[in-house]
Design a protein around this ligand. Structure first.
Ligand code: HDD
Length: 703
């Protein structure tokens, strides 16, 4: 039975204390606890003789090592996780009886795992891909898993197509290439033959597939679920995660370079942010609507390839997720965490979305092969905080020691326990939906409008986002060898928007097919719909803060240390982090002789790892930087990627030496600074520093 007062933010952490191990001041032992005095040589018959079978320490050490690996997840293999808590803003009792959505004073512990989908465990973080956003709520009524993505829709409408989808997008079977990429023939062959995937491919080609950070990424439950309140009344609900820092992306060029320079970029960003106390935050949003509105929209609410535009059903923000603790052990926690959309709690229920229904089957299966048996719920990270009592027994790696004689129900030997929980004791009662229908293997016509929402997405993007999407299509489809596949894809995009198809076709050597019948059906007329949706464009995302942004300060012996201290102070006061980059590690000497500690040497870092660049004054220092190709490259590359750049005094000289077309560096505004349209800010005089710092911060916030 649940007792909410027992749970708090630290409940999960405390529950893990019993299994945490720390070897500080302890002796080395075998797994049987036998102390070991020597672990560098095996037991031999003579110094140069054969190794002996009786060396149990050697045998055990090698045996364990030989079995360290488990199968990686068939999809979402690469990921990073963190613990935190969720807190609802006000009671949602009117809509749901879910215990963790009742009491604003209660903090429900959570574990979140972010992931890429296609790549294997060792692949790069910044590839073009969907990102997983899976949240495990350890509620007082049991575990609720919200297993979502950073896109609000999916490729396919029915789970039976999932193996086909994954086979198509994974590396090709003959040579296992390319890794973590959809830019190849089998992926686009499949998409080109499956019009229902067209909407999702547009998201995949958009900047959404290149998040700047897991902390700057939206999340979506994708399917329509149900909320059920204590009176048994149901409403439909769609789940959203809205990041406090807004949703932001990298450029394609940055992500490609990052895949080589720091393949762990997103994982590292999450880890470091938590270590530095920049706790990632996301608001939980819900789109709630009445059951009577099931057929109010021009699309089917059971079709996972459709969004419900926020203009039709607004997103109500109902609570906040805060991630504040990194795991202690990647394998034990992040690798062994097992999510399942079927892990729901009283007050949350499913709908007949055929993609969701298939998922309910799949996730338990996959844990059996991945984690080696049916007892994976006993792995510490997976254990609910709500008590577990049932008649399930045995199996590989069973941890629980059940002490009752009876492991069946009904029984009298254990006084009928564990006893059945009525609804009043938070027993999970399934929503009772009346179904009277023939058995069919078919797709409802209401799922067959494949293009309207792809058009909505395209029209809602800003011109710059549209350009990026077209460029991404040139890359992805440019890698497709089969001309017929490229042509079919352009044929599908022609049904989304003719201009889009024409622009894509131009870059991939094909024409829009002449004979191009539109597959599917047109949407029903006269229902509530929208032409554009502001929430679909990243340009409308929050741009009011530079919190946790990374700013590079380029420096060398002879720069003005006063300016460096001032810019560090000005940016750090606003929550950003600065990195002093110099030609070598150690310290540099400022123009007044003061020593400054160098954070990174130029060979070990690059502009793609920063959100903005600052170039200080100080003639000698700038002269030194000018001699360095790497400093010029740093600034030129930052400019190319649209980063904010600020230079003061002699620092402007470095900007002038960088080949930046059409960049005017002459003239000043009334406050002494010059703000260039492309986010370059300069001030000739150090007395104008304050105005420069203010404008620099504003430019960084614009992303
Ligand atoms: Fe899935 C993992 C999200 C459709 C079968 N999925 C997985 C993860 C996420 C999603 C975030 C990683 C969880 C973790 O971090 O451990 N999946 C989705 C979303 C979908 C979706 C948002 C559509 C709306 N998935 C989907 C379908 C099927 C699966 C239709 C099968 C019928 N998914 C799996 C899986 C995985 C998985 C094979 C691999 C590892 C795992 O489950 O634990 O069972």
């Amino acid at each position: 039975m649940s007792d909410q007062s027992q749970l708090n933010e630290n409940s999960k952490k405390q529950s893990l204390d019993t299994v945490r191990e720390n070897a500080e001041k302890q002796y080395l032992t075998t797994n049987q606890g036998v102390r070991i005095p020597h672990t560098d040589d095996s037991l031999k018959a003579g110094e140069r003789g054969p190794t002996l079978l009786e060396d149990f320490h050697l045998r055990e050490k090698i045996m364990h090592f030989d079995h360290e690996r488990i199968p990686e997840r068939v999809v979402h293999a690469r990921g990073a996780g963190a613990y935190g808590y969720f807190q609802v803003y006000e009671s949602m009792a009117e809509y749901t009886r879910a215990s963790f959505l009742q009491n604003p004073a209660e903090k429900t512990p959570v574990f979140v795992r972010f992931s890429t989908v296609v790549g294997s465990r060792g692949s790069a973080d910044t590839v073009r891909d969907v990102r997983g956003f899976a949240t495990k709520f350890y509620t007082s009524d049991g575990v609720f898993d919200l297993v979502g993505n950073n896109f609000p829709i999916f490729f396919i409408q029915d789970a039976i197509k999932f193996p086909d989808l994954v086979h198509a997008v994974k590396p090709e079977p003959d040579n296992e290439m390319p890794q973590a990429a959809t830019a190849h023939d089998t992926a686009w062959d499949f998409f080109s033959l499956l019009p229902e995937a067209t909407h999702m491919t547009m998201w995949l080609l958009s900047d959404r597939a290149l998040p700047r950070s897991f902390r700057m990424m939206e999340g979506f439950g994708v399917h329509t679920f149900r909320f059920i309140n204590a009176q048994g009344r149901a409403r439909f609900v769609k789940f959203h995660w809205k990041p406090a820092l807004g949703a932001h992306s990298m450029t394609w060029d940055e992500t490609q370079k990052m895949a080589g320079q720091d393949p762990d970029w997103l994982r590292r960003d999450l880890w470091e942010a938590i270590e530095m106390g920049d706790y990632p935050e996301y608001e939980l949003g819900v789109q709630l609507f009445e059951e009577s509105d099931e057929f109010a929209f021009p699309f089917d609410i059971l079709d996972a390839t459709k969004i419900i535009p926020e203009e039709l059903v607004p997103v109500r923000r109902i609570g906040k997720l805060t991630l504040n603790r990194n795991p202690d052990n990647f394998f034990a926690e992040t690798e062994q965490v097992a999510f399942h959309p079927g892990h729901v709690v009283s007050g949350i229920d499913f709908t007949n979305d055929p993609l969701l229904q298939g998922r309910l089957f799949s996730y338990l299966d996959t844990q059996l092969i991945r984690l080696g048996g049916p007892n994976f719920a006993e792995i510490p990270v997976n254990r609910p905080l709500a008590p577990v009592h049932n008649n399930q027994r045995d199996g590989y790696m069973r941890q629980t020691i059940n002490t009752e004689k009876a492991s069946y129900f009904p029984n009298s030997l254990s006084q009928g326990c564990p006893m059945l929980a009525p609804e009043s004791a938070h027993g999970y009662v399934h929503y009772s939906e009346k179904i009277n229908a023939p058995t069919v293997r078919t797709r409802s016509d209401s799922f067959k409008d494949y293009f309207s929402q792809a058009t909505l997405f395209w029209k809602s993007l800003s011109p710059a986002e549209q350009d990026h999407l077209v460029a991404a299509a040139h890359f992805e489809l440019g890698k497709v060898e089969s001309r017929a596949i490229r042509e079919r894809m352009v044929g599908l995009y022609a049904h989304v928007d003719h201009d889009l198809a024409r622009r894509i076709a131009e870059g991939i050597g094909v024409n829009i097919p002449q004979d191009n019948p539109r597959p599917g059906v047109l949407p029903p007329q006269g229902r509530r719909s929208v032409e554009r949706s502001a929430a679909l464009s990243l340009e409308n995302s929050a741009k009011n803060s530079i919190k946790s942004r990374r700013i590079a300060i380029l420096a060398a012996d002879g720069v003005d240390e006063g300016t460096i201290q001032n810019i560090k102070k000005a940016l750090e006061e606003r929550g950003a982090h600065t990195t002093l980059i110099a030609p070598r590690l150690g310290t540099i000497k400022g123009k007044s002789g003061q020593e400054l500690a160098v954070d990174q040497s130029s060979p070990t870092t690059s502009s793609i790892m920063y959100d903005a660049v600052f170039i200080p004054n100080g003639q000698q220092g700038i002269d030194q930087l000018l001699k360095q190709g790497s400093a010029r490259h740093f600034v030129a590359e930052a400019y190319k990627h649209g980063k904010a750049i600020a230079a003061i005094g002699e620092g402007i000289e470095l900007l002038k030496q960088v080949d930046i077309p059409n960049l005017s560096l002459s003239g000043t505004s009334s406050n002494g600074t010059l703000v260039n349209a492309a986010g370059v800010i300069t001030a000739q005089k150090t007395s104008d520093f304050q105005a420069l710092a203010e404008q620099f911060a504003q430019a960084i916030a614009q992303h």
